[in-house]
Design a protein around this ligand. Structure first.
Ligand code: NI
Length: 138
């Protein structure tokens, strides 16, 4: 966390400010400043993913068919790839047919995207979404 806060003023159209106040402050943001800080942090995360140099973290959420027995083994085999680090996985049996799994992966963006596409493309995977994030020092 940055230890020094600075104050500055910005100029934006009145309607944008009204939008911020109406749609974000009312939804739980404690202040306009907190909203702007989070917007900038989101940009930092996006930049890290697009630049591709730094290690980042991805959370892959997958819904798959519980009855596709070989699928579980294929997913595990992919996770044992030497290029990536699986931090943890959580498996939830949603119902008789559906399994939900979250796989938290660290590594280079291209490596995380690559394994995510491979897992998403396995037969029996019905839904997959990669959430991109990273460490934030500020
Ligand atoms: Ni299950």
């Amino acid at each position: 966390m940055g230890d020094k806060l600075v104050r500055f003023s910005i100029t934006i159209p009145k309607e944008l400010l009204e939008y911020i106040d109406k749609n974000l402050i009312n939804k739980g943001y404690s202040s306009r400043s907190e909203f702007i800080r989070d917007l900038v942090r989101e940009t930092i995360v996006n930049d890290r993913w697009s630049e591709g140099k730094d290690e980042v973290v991805g959370v892959l959420t997958v819904i798959y068919d519980h009855h596709k027995r070989e699928l579980t083994q294929k997913m595990i085999d992919l996770q044992h790839s030497k290029y990536i680090n699986i931090i943890c996985t959580t498996h939830v049996h949603l119902d008789h047919h559906n399994c939900l799994e979250t796989i938290i992966i660290s590594g280079k963006p291209s490596e995380i995207e690559s394994i995510s596409v491979k897992i998403s493309g396995l037969k029996g995977v019905k839904f997959a979404k990669l959430t991109k994030t990273s460490k934030l020092e500020i």
